[in-house]
Ligand binder design. Structure first.
Ligand SMILES: NC(=O)C1=CN([C@@H]2O[C@H](COP(=O)(O)OP(=O)(O)OC[C@H]3O[C@@H](n4cnc5c(N)ncnc54)[C@H](OP(=O)(O)O)[C@@H]3O)[C@@H](O)[C@H]2O)C=CC1
Ligand SMILES: O=C(CO)[C@H](O)[C@H](O)COP(=O)(O)O
Length: 500
C-alpha cells in the first residue's frame, strides 16, 4: 500500500480470507453511501477516491459502521480484493468513467467484474463492455437510483451485463437494495447496456412525473390563489391515494418549507430555471430514434429547457406578450374549489399513467431493437422501492404485465383504462382552464393529446401522407385495399400501384 494512503481502518475481515469482498471507486455522495450500505450489510469494502481527502472523510466519519479498507491507489484497491474481484465505480459519467474503468482494467485479471453504477449512456456501456470482454473482464452497467439516502438505506438497482457476472454480483446487489414486501428492488435486466437503458428511462419518467406535479402546483396556485404551504397540505393529502409516491411526498415537504432568511415559502426563493444532467434528454433522443412517442417525457425535458432560456424569457416579457386570459371558471365556494382540486388530482394521475405507459413502450421498443428481452413487469417491481419514482401504483403496473407480458399499451390494460377513463373529464377541464388562462401545462396537455391520439379511430395522418405524395412522390397506402400507391399530381392524377 502507498505510504500516503489513509490509515487502514477496518472492522473484522471475513474469516479466513482477509481480503475485501468488493471495491468502491468514487466516494462522492453516491459512492460513499453505497460503500457504507455494503459495509453495514457485512461486506468488507475496499474504498478509493481520486482525491484522498474523501476517503479519509468517509473512514473518519463512518469507519465504525463496518469493515472498510482505505486504498490510496487503484493498484492498492485491486490488491485488497478477493477473487474474482468486483469493483463498483461511482464517478461522473463520461470521460471520468472511461478513465477509471481503463485504469482498473489495466490492473484486474480475467474473470474480474467492473460495475459502473453511474448514470452512463447505454451506448457507452455497451462499448465498455465489448472492450473489457475482449480483455477477459466483465463490465456491468448498473443503473442505481435513490439519491443520497437510497444509496445508504437501499436503492433500486438495475444491472445489465452478462448472466455470468450477475451470478457473482447479484446476491450482493440484491442484499443492499431496497426491499418491498420482502422482494429486492434489484434484478438482472439484460445484456450489455440494458441496465443503463432502463435507468435512463426511469430518469425520463422521473422528469415527466416531476413536471406533472409542478404543473398541478402551478394550476392550483394560479387558479385558486393558494399559497405554497396550502398547496403543500393538498399534496400531502394526495399521499394516501392513487398518487402515493416519493415524489408527491417530497413535494409536500418542499412546499411546507419556509426560507429561514426571508420567512417566505422556500419554493418562492428558488430560481425558476430547472437544470438537468442529461438522462431525460438521452431518453427523448433514444425515443426519437426508436420512433416512440414519449410526449410526456419530451415536454418535461423541453419545459426544463424553456425555464432555463433566460434571454428568450426576458425578450418575451419585455415585448409584453399578452396572455389575454379568460378567467378561471371555478365557483368561489368551498365545494367549487374542492371540486377543482379534485379535478387537478385526477388530471395529475391520468397524465402520470400516460407518461409511464409511454416510458414502458420505449422499454419494449428498445428491448426489441437491441435483443435485450427486458421484462417490463420486473422493471416496475424493482422501481417500487428505493428509487426516485417509487410509487404505490407501480404494483398495478407489475400486475398488468403479469396479466399480459406482451401488453401492447399499458393504458389499454383494463385497470389503467378504467383509471384514466375515470379522470378524463377532470383532465380536459384542467387543461382547458389552464390554457384559457395562460398557465402552461405542457405535460398535462401533451399526455391528454397522446391519449386522444392513441384512442382515435382515425387520425389526420392520412392528409400528411397525401401531402407527402404530392410534393415528393413519397407514396401512400389506401384504406380500402393493400399495396403502396402514388398519384401523378402534376399530370393526369392517375394512380399507380408502385409495389406490384
Ligand atoms: N447524485 C445522485 O443522486 C445520483 C447520481 N448518480 C450517478 O452516480 C455517479 C456518482 O454520482 P455522485 O456521487 O453524485 O458524484 P459526482 O457525479 O458528483 O462525481 C464525483 C465523483 O467522481 C469522481 N471523479 C470525477 N472525475 C474523475 C476522474 N477523472 N477520475 C477519477 N474520479 C473522478 C470524483 O472524484 P474527486 O473527489 O477526486 O473529484 C468523485 O468521487 C454519477 O455517474 C451520477 O450520475 C446516480 C444516481 C443518483
Ligand atoms: O439519477 C438520479 C435519480 O434517479 C439523479 O438524481 C438524476 O441524475 C437527477 O437528474 P437531473 O440532474 O438530470 O435532474
Amino acid at each position: 500500500m502507498s505510504p500516503d494512503a489513509p490509515a487502514v481502518t477496518s472492522g473484522p475481515t471475513p474469516a479466513g480470507r482477509g481480503l475485501a469482498d468488493i471495491g468502491v471507486v468514487g466516494l462522492a455522495v453516491m459512492g460513499s453511501n453505497l460503500a457504507r450500505n455494503l459495509a453495514r450489510n457485512g461486506y468488507t469494502v475496499a474504498v478509493h477516491n481520486r482525491t484522498p481527502g474523501r476517503t479519509r472523510e468517509l473512514l473518519a466519519a463512518h469507519g465504525d459502521e463496518g469493515a472498510f479498507v482505505a486504498c490510496a491507489t487503484v493498484p492498492d484497491l485491486v490488491a485488497s480484493l478477493a477473487r474474482p474481484r468486483t469493483v463498483l465505480v461511482m464517478v461522473k459519467a463520461g470521460d471520468a468513467t472511461d478513465a477509471v474503468v481503463e485504469e482498473l482494467a489495466r490492473h484486474l485479471e480475467p474473470g474480474d467484474i467492473v460495475v459502473d453504477g453511474g448514470n452512463a449512456h447505454f451506448l457507452d456501456t455497451a462499448r465498455r463492455e465489448r472492450d473489457l470482454a475482449a480483455r477477459g473482464l466483465h463490465l456491468v452497467g448498473a443503473g442505481i437510483s435513490g439519491g443520497e439516502e437510497g444509496a445508504l438505506t437501499g436503492p433500486s438497482i438495475m444491472p445489465g451485463g452478462s448472466e455470468e457476472a450477475y451470478a457473482t454480483l447479484g446476491p450482493m446487489l440484491e442484499r443492499i437494495s431496497a426491499h418491498v414486501d420482502g422482494v429486492p428492488c434489484c434484478t438482472h435486466i439484460g445484456p450489455d447496456g440494458a441496465g443503463h437503458y432502463v435507468k435512463m428511462v426511469h430518469n425520463g419518467i422521473e422528469y415527466a412525473d416531476m413536471q406533472l406535479i409542478a404543473e398541478a402546483y402551478d394550476v392550483l396556485r394560479q387558479g385558486l390563489g393558494l399559497s405554497a404551504p396550502e398547496i403543500g397540505e393538498v399534496v400531502a393529502g394526495w399521499s394516501t391515494g392513487d398518487l402515493d409516491s416519493y415524489l408527491v411526498e417530497i413535494t409536500a415537504q418542499v412546499l411546507a418549507h419556509v426560507d429561514a432568511e426571508t420567512g417566505r415559502p422556500f419554493v418562492d426563493v428558488v430560481a425558476d430555471a430547472a437544470e438537468q444532467k442529461g438522462t431525460g434528454r438521452w431518453t427523448v433522443q433514444s425515443a426519437l430514434d426508436l420512433g416512440v412517442p414519449v410526449t410526456g417525457i419530451a415536454e418535461a425535458t423541453f419545459a426544463r429547457a424553456l425555464s432555463g432560456s433566460a434571454p428568450q424569457r426576458a425578450a418575451a416579457r419585455e415585448a409584453g406578450l399578452a396572455a389575454r386570459t379568460a378567467g378561471w371558471d371555478v365557483p368561489d365556494t368551498p365545494e367549487g374549489r374542492a371540486a377543482f382540486v379534485e379535478d387537478v388530482r385526477r388530471a395529475l394521475y391520468a397524465s402520470k399513467v400516460v407518461a409511464y405507459s409511454q416510458g414502458f413502450d420505449q422499454l419494449a421498443a428498445a428491448s426489441a431493437e437491441h435483443g435485450w428481452d427486458i421484462d417490463r413487469g420486473a422493471c416496475a417491481r424493482i422501481w417500487r422501492g428505493g428509487c426516485i419514482i417509487r410509487a404505490r401504483f407501480l404494483d398495478r403496473i407489475t400486475q398488468a404485465y403479469e396479466r399480459d407480458p406482451e401488453l401492447e399499451l399499458l393504458i389499454a390494460d383494463p385497470v389503467f383504462a378504467a383509471a384514466v377513463g375515470d379522470g378524463v373529464a377532470s383532465w380536459r377541464r384542467v387543461v382547458a382552464q389552464a390554457t384559457l388562462n395562460g398557465v402552461p401545462v405542457p405535460a398535462f396537455a401533451a399526455s391528454l393529446a397522446y391519449y386522444d391520439g392513441v384512442r382515435a379511430a382515425s387520425l389526420p395522418a392520412s392528409l400528411i401522407q397525401a401531402q407527402r405524395d404530392l410534393f415528393g412522390a413519397h407514396t401512400y397506402r389506401r384504406t380500402d385495399r393493400p399495396g403502396v400507391f402514388h398519384t401523378e399530381w402534376s399530370g393526369d392524377r392517375s394512380e399507380t400501384r408502385v409495389d406490384a
